[in-house]
Design a protein around this ligand. Structure first.
Ligand code: FAD
Length: 414
């Protein structure tokens, strides 16, 4: 606590805070720090929660080096303020101790499909305005990627149980193990009186490498592996292909589960990785090895055949990664985990009329989330493709406003 107070006291409380400007959700950082300094923890917690119901999660998993921390003026000449540590303290306390008074649910019935960051944000926002919310989640518990992707050592799952409790306190009804699309259709939801439907189903189909050997028994997709790492028998030596945050999480989870050697194979260099510097450093600290400038061309029973790559400037002067002819080689391993991004599943689009998608299968919406089907809204990864928690929350907040406006206009028409 003392060190957090010291950290708060170092904040310059800038008039035009760059940390706030570069936070995707505009967290009122100086205001919260001021309240913290005055020991007004409940007020600070409320301020954070009202702005971002997943503040407690974002404090742990946001890419801070590109956002608040990376833009703190203190960081120009010295150490930037680590606001997220303060945020984590305040928001954890708020989640644990403060009681939420449910608002009387006297407005329309709304269906929220998917209980990831986008769905949770919509549920909080609309339940607090008096809507009757039912969340449908295909998995056993709420959280989406927060529960079935990001490992516990980065985001303790007990936080999600507390968020679940809060939703229930606010009167949100949760239907777990219920996939919307094939059996419960969108039409059925409208027939049962839901006036608006929100789709926040994320991206759960792994993208493939499109090389020979991807269906072999020792090959797994990271997004599947991370759902339940305990059920996999990976052997002693594992190669993870890819270098984003999903790859880092899969590699670190495998290592922490007892695999002796875990290597990330990537076709470019450290500077090109989409994982943050912190994630890469933490992976190194966990003992993850790196094979850079290597591109897999075939997976075999005993390992991965690859070719060396290099960066060259193309005719337009842009850097490009190309194969270096004649440099094929082989990396022996027991298992291969592929982590080269995700795409949406099409349970809803394939089984229900009226939805348009782009060429990647992402739902088409306008900027405030109206899909091509009236009364159905969407936000989060299923619209934007794989992004971040804070972006899903920001997007969903705007869509919650649009749903409220839509329902108000239905009321006026009656
Ligand atoms: P999701 O979190 O995917 O939630 C969608 C929910 O919908 C799921 O619970 C799913 O089960 C449910 N669902 C799907 N289809 C149906 C259906 N038909 N009916 C009912 N329910 C359905 N972001 C960060 O900011 N920081 C990180 O450190 C970070 N690490 C990540 C690590 C991994 C391994 C992965 C995969 C992603 C990571 N991300 C991270 C990205 C971030 O988690 C996502 O951008 C965010 O979760 C998207 O939220 P969402 O609500 O759109 O989707």
């Amino acid at each position: 606590m003392n060190t957090l107070k010291d950290e708060a006291n170092r904040c310059l409380l800038c008039k035009n805070p760059r940390c706030k400007a570069k936070c995707p959700i505009g967290t009122p950082i100086p205001e919260v720090i001021q309240l913290f300094k005055e020991d007004k923890l409940v007020k600070a917690g409320e301020m954070l929660f009202m702005n971002n119901p997943l503040s407690v999660v974002c404090a742990l998993v946001c890419p801070h080096e590109n956002q608040c921390k990376g833009n703190c003026v203190r960081g120009i000449k010295g150490q930037p303020i680590e606001f997220y540590e303060i945020e984590n303290y305040i928001s954890s306390k708020f989640l644990e101790s403060s009681e939420i008074k449910p608002v009387e649910a006297n407005k329309e019935r709304i269906a929220v499909v998917g209980a990831g960051p986008a769905g949770i944000t919509i549920a909080f926002a609309l339940a607090s305005k008096g809507y009757k919310i039912t969340m449908f989640e295909s998995k056993e518990k709420i959280g989406g990627v927060l529960r079935y992707g990001i490992p516990d050592f980065r985001l303790p799952k007990v936080i999600l149980d507390k968020i679940h409790h809060r939703l229930i306190q606010m009167g949100v009804k949760i239907r777990p193990n219920t996939r919307i699309g094939p059996v419960i259709t969108i039409d059925k939801l409208f027939e049962d009186g839901y006036k608006a439907i929100f789709i926040g189903t994320g991206v759960w189909n792994p993208k493939t490498l499109n090389i020979k050997g991807e269906t072999l028994g020792h090959v797994h997709y990271a997004i599947d592996y991370l759902k339940a790492p305990g059920v996999y028998d990976l052997g002693k030596k594992v190669v993870v292909i890819g270098a984003g945050n999903v790859a880092m999480d899969a590699a670190r989870t495998a290592k922490r589960s007892g695999v002796e050697t875990v290597t990330i194979m990537y076709r470019k260099g450290f500077e090109d990785m989409t994982a943050t510097k912190v994630e890469i450093e933490e992976a190194k600290e966990d003992g993850i090895q790196f094979e850079l400038y290597k591109s897999p061309i075939e997976i075999r029973d005993d390992g991965v055949k690859y070719i060396q790559t290099q960066k060259v400037l193309n005719e337009e002067g842009k850097a490009e990664t190309v194969f270096v002819e004649g440099t094929e080689n082989f990396y022996f391993c027991d298992s291969v985990i592929i982590a080269v991004s995700q795409a949406p599943r099409n349970n809803i689009v394939a089984n229900n009329k009226g939805f348009e998608t782009n060429k990647h299968g992402l739902l088409l919406t306008d900027e405030v989330g109206h899909t091509t089907r009236q009364g159905v809204f969407s936000a989060g990864d299923v619209v934007t493709g794989a992004k971040t928690v804070v972006e899903a929350v920001k997007h969903a907040k705007a869509v919650a406003e649009a749903i409220d406006e839509y329902c108000s206009s239905l009321r006026e028409q009656q």
